[in-house]
Design a binder for this molecule. Structure first.
Ligand code: GLN
Length: 485
């Protein structure tokens, strides 16, 4: 039995029954990493020694019969945007190449308290800006279904590691689609919870009004286990909501009969690959067979979502990234003659091209005389997008749409065309703008052998409904194949 291929749920069962040890599972995952990561390149940093120590402690707890819960002893990997005490955290940027944080981010603390075994830090687009992992300051990650293709981004290392069996589950972040789009491209489940559902304390900030932490795993059940562990209020993050956390895994019963699914017409229009559309519509039919009713809805302001995002996200990023000034963290050029020259040259050397583009766009959008025309106006459209979603949710329980307009694309294809790259997130961005929750579940494989995801969207703090509809779909779909790697 290849332990690295099993789910969190099944491995926990095996551990509880005493049929395997966390040591065996962890060794199996690290053997798999040694076998395939040269081709996938999902990891930036491996923490094998600490992982084996954590596994030994977990095995001791299982022996005594006082394990900590379903994540105890399970190998989980982290996007390199989560601060990890004593472990290099780069955000895939040269600016932070040698940064070793003095503390763990809250989601990391919660995983450790639940007994999870942290395997290492995963590659991503630099500062989470990108949709393909090609913007990593170090090297691109490859899609385990076909290593000539991108894994998606920015949590591309997270999605690829789970798909390839290099971790049992992973955490990512999603500002405009960065969990769901790579999950779709790699054939795994990825969830962006409601804004405020998970603490962002100790997560490197990109766009603070949009960023949210979420799980990637092989099944909806596994995502529900991870979310249950990391969700909830944190006094250290004032944007984390004081809303009770339901016991998501125990609420999955697959009963969705009579519930309504909205199909937004704007998400099934020009630009959507016909094969992706076919697979996503098949997923809708699967839910119909479970007794759900399909209702056409319209979200007309969605067409402005990408433009709105590319004002708001760069504006917030330009402000958040001001801290990388060569004084407190990261790269500093040694021979500057003035403070201004030191700032300029350190930042030019440390940041990659896309990050510099975003800083310039954001600084421009926020500058005196332009603020109302750009940022102010984007905020007004944001309100419209949010209201239209609210209105749709007064008629339906969830929305169903493609996660991305295409399957994964070949490495290099979109690097010279940022606008093309930005359009990868056309169906995911409105969710972040509205602050609602969404999940991507694999729904099929194209004739080229690449996976495709269907996206389900729920009202704020509707995660239990969202997960249950996703669970019902997964039951109806049946087991999804492993990547051929
Ligand atoms: N691809 C989008 C961007 O480049 C979204 C990234 C994200 O969600 N972090 O900004």
């Amino acid at each position: 039995m290849d332990l690295y291929r099993l789910t969190i749920h099944d491995l926990h069962e095996e551990l509880r029954e005493g049929r395997v040890t966390s040591n065996q599972i962890t060794e199996s995952v690290f053997d798999r990493i040694a076998e395939v990561d040269g081709r996938v390149r999902a990891y930036l940093t491996l923490t094998k020694e600490a992982a084996l120590e954590a596994a030994a402690r977990s095995d001791e707890r299982y022996r005594r019969g006082d394990f900590l819960g379903p994540l105890d002893g399970i190998p989980i990997a982290l996007k390199d945007i989560f601060l990890t005490e004593g472990i290099r955290t780069t955000c895939a940027s040269k600016v932070l190449e040698n940064f070793i944080p003095p503390y763990d981010g809250t989601p990391v603390v919660r995983l450790k308290e639940a007994g999870a075994v942290i395997t290492g830090k995963l590659n991503m687009d630099e500062f989470a800006m990108g949709s393909s992992n090609e913007n990593s300051g170090f090297f691109p990650t490859h899609n385990p279904w076909n290593t000539q293709y991108v894994p998606g981004g920015s949590s591309g290392g997270s999605a690829a590691s789970v798909a390839a069996g290099e971790a049992i589950g992973a955490l990512g972040t999603d500002t405009g689609g960065s969990i769901r789009q790579p999950a779709s491209h790699c054939g795994v489940v990825g969830m962006k919870p409601t804004y405020g559902r998970v603490s962002r304390y100790g997560i490197i900030a990109f766009a603070s009004s949009l960023d949210q932490v979420g799980p990637l795993a092989r099944t909806v059940t596994d995502c529900s286990i991870l979310l249950r562990t990391i969700a909830g209020h944190d006094p250290a993050d004032s944007t984390s909501a004081e809303v009770p956390v339901p016991d998501y895994p125990s609420l999955l019963d697959g009963k969705v009969e009579g519930m309504k699914v909205g199909l937004p017409e704007e998400y099934f229009s020009e630009g959507l690959d016909p094969e992706v559309e076919r697979l996503v519509r098949e997923a809708a039919h699967a839910l119909e067979r479970r007794g759900m009713k399909m209702v056409p809805v319209s979200l007309p302001s969605s067409r402005y979502a990408v433009a709105t995002y590319y004002i708001i996200a760069p504006a917030e990023a330009s402000s958040n990234l001001a801290r990388y000034d060569g004084v407190r963290y990261g790269v500093r050029v040694p021979d500057a003659e003035s403070l201004m020259e030191m700032y300029k040259r350190s930042r030019s050397r440390g940041f990659g091209a896309e990050v510099q583009r975003r800083i310039m766009l954001g600084t421009f959008a926020l500058s005196a005389g332009y603020y109302d025309a750009y940022y102010g106006k984007a905020q007004k459209i944001r309100t419209l997008i949010r209201r239209e979603m609210d209105e749709a949710f007064s008629k339906v329980d969830v929305l169903l749409a493609p996660t991305a307009p295409t399957a994964a694309f070949p490495i290099g294809e979109k690097m010279d065309d940022p606008l093309q790259m930005y359009m990868s997130d056309v169906y995911t961005i409105p969710v972040n703008i509205a602050g609602v929750a969404a999940i991507s579940v694999p729904c099929g494989i194209t004739p080229d052998g690449l996976p495709v995801g269907v996206q389900l969207i729920s009202p704020p703090f509707g995660e239990e409904v969202l997960l249950n509809v996703a669970f019902a779909y997964e039951q109806e779909r049946g087991t999804f194949p492993n990547c051929p790697l």
